[in-house]
Design a protein around this ligand. Sequence first.
Ligand code: 9MJ
Length: 671
Amino acid sequence: MSTANDVAKRIDKLREEINHHNHLYYVMDAPEIPDIEYDRLLRELQALENAHPELITPDSPTQRVGAGPLTSFAEVKHQVPMLSLSNAMDEQEVHDFDRRICEKLASDEVVYAAEPKLDGLAISLRYENGILVRGATRGDGSTGEDVTQNVRTIETIPLRLHGKGYPKVLEVRGEVIMTKSGFNKLNETQREQGGKTFANPRNAAAGSLRQLDPAVTATRPLEFYSYGIGQVEGKKLPDKHSEILKQLREWGMRLNPEVQVVRGVRGCLRFYENILKKRDRLDYDIDGVVYKVDDLEQQNIMGFVSRAPRWAIAHKFPAQEEMTVLLDIDVQVGRTGAITPVARLEPVFVGGVTVTNATLHNQDEIDRKDVRIGDTVVVRRAGDVIPEVVGMVKSKRPKGTRKFKMPVACPVCGSEVVKLETEAVARCTGGLFCPAQRKEAIKHFASRKAMDIEGLGDKLVEQLVDEGLIHDIADLFGLEKDQIAALDRMADKSAQNVIDALEKSKQTTLDRFIFSLGIRQVGETTARTLAQHFGTLDALMKAKEQTLIDVPDVGPVVAESIAHFFAEKHNQDVIKKLLNAGVVWPEIKLVPKEEQPLNGKTFVITGTLSTMGRDEAKAKLLALGAKVSGSVSKNTDYVIVGENPGSKATKAESLGVEILDEAAFLKLVQE
Ligand code: 9MJ
C-alpha cells in the first residue's frame, strides 16, 4: 500500500466488509465468515486508522464495538456500560498486559480472577428488591435490547434472588449459552422439521434469545453463568471480584465451577493450559479465558480505554474455525455402505493442526449450505471430532464453481447407490460384496472397543483384503504367520505379534462380541444392554423384533436392524465360523428382575461425569435393575450430580430427593 489514496480506499473497503458481516452476525444471527477472519478485518482497519487518524470517521465500525439493537425489541440504556474485553492472541500479549498492570500498580505480582471465556451472548439482569425486573442484551455496550420475557424462560436464571441482604438494585452480568449437547439436539430437531439450523451454539443462543415469541425461547436449551455486576444500589458489595462472585452465588446466581483466583502471570498461564486441556470435555463452547485484576481498588487505578477495561483481558484459544478453498469433493464408503462426501481442501491450520480433508456429511447438507467446488468454505475442527465444512462464503464465490452430485454407482464396487426417504445418507447396496464395506467392517471388528486386536491396523486390513487373504471377519482367525509376513512393511516378528494378538482376542466378553459384529444402530452401550438383557448370544439371535423392543432403550428402528442382521444366512455363517475358531466369553448370570440390587429405584443423571459418559452411567444403572428418567419428580429416588449440573439438581434439592455425587454413584454401582 503506497499512496494515501490507496490507504483511504482500503479503509473504505474494510469498513464496508465489516459492516456487512456485522449485519449478518448481529441482526441475522447467521455469520458467513469465522470469527478469526472478522477479527483480522477489524484489526487491519484499526491498524490503518491508528497510522492515519485523520481518516477516522464517527461511523467507522472501530468507533462502535458490537452492533446496534434490533428494531423489534425495546431499547434499554445501561446505567453502567457493559464492557467488552481486549484480546491477547498469544502468551507475549498476556505478558505485556501483566507488565502494564505491575508497572502502574508498582507491584511485583498481581492477584487475578481467572475465568473461562464463555462463547454466548452477554446479558444484564436487573433485580429490584430481589425480583428480576429486566433482562437486556449488551447491544453496543450502552444501549441493548429488552429481552426480559425471554430471559424469564431460562431455568438457571432465578426470578427472585435467594437468601437475604441483597442490594435494593442489583444488576448481574453474565453469559447466556447453549450447551453443545443441547445445540446438537436442537439442530437435529430443526432439520427434521425443516426449520433453520444454526452454525454453532453461540448463534443458536443468540437466535433463541432474540426470539420475538418467548414461547419459542422457552423450548431452547439455554443456560446462564454470571461473571460480574453492573449497577448496584443500597448496599456495599465486597472489594474483591472473586468475593462478589461468591456473594452472587449465595443469592442464587450460577457461577462457572472453573473460576479460580491465581497469582501473577504464571498463575494465569497455568490456568490457560489447564482449561485448554479440558476444553473438549466441557459441554459448552469457550473461546479462551479471561484474567481480571481481583482487587477492585486496583481495578479503579487501572481504569479504561474506550469501552474495554485495562484491568482485564481475554486470552484467546487457537481458532476452531478457518477459511480455505474447496478444491474437490470425493466420496468415501463406510462400514454400513454410507457414502460420505469428503472435501479436499487447500491445507489450512485450524484447531491446532493442518487440515486437508473435511466431511460434508451428505448431499442434503451440501445443497442446504450451497457449497460448490471452488468455493471458499469455513472449516471447523473442534477437539477430536472429524473436521467438517460448516458453510461457504458467498461474497468470495469465484466464477465457474461446480455443483457436487452424488454418484449413482459405488465408486469402489460399482453397485447401485440408493438413498431411502427416511435417511439423510446415500448407501452403496453392495453389502459385504463391496470391498470398501468389507474393509471397514473388519477394521471395526479389530478396533479397541470391539475385539481389540493389537497390531491389526487399518493399513494391514486393507492389504489383507486387497490381496484376497480375507473376505470376512472370521477369516482373520485362519491367517497364517507367513501370509502376513509376506505383506508390505511386515516382517516375521510383526507378523507373529498379529497372530498372538488374534489368539489373545478370542477371550472376549459378550458385549464386546455383539458390538464387534457391526450391527447397524448397535453401539457400545446398546451392545452392553443387549448382553445384560439376554445373557447368551443364542437368546439374542433368536429374539423376535417385538421382544427386542421390550429391552430398555431399544426402539423399533434398532430392534428391526438387530432382527434383520441375525436373520441373514451370511451373518449366521460368519458367527458360526467365529465360534468354531475359538472365540469365547464368560457366561453371564442373569439375575431375576426382583433380585436385582436397584430394582424399583428411579435415577436421574444431571451434569457431566468425569469418569464416563452419561450413556455408560445409564447402562450401568439399567444393568442393576434401576430405571433412569430424564426429569426429577417426587417419584425419583436418586439424582446423580456431575459437573455443571442443570436445574435438575436444584429441583431435587427442593423435593428432598437424595443426591449422589460421582464418587457416591461409583461406590453404589461397584457394590
Ligand atoms: C465471558 N464471556 O465468559 C467477561 N466473560 O468481563 C467473562 N466475559 C467480561 N468475563 C467484563 N468470564 C466484560 C466481559
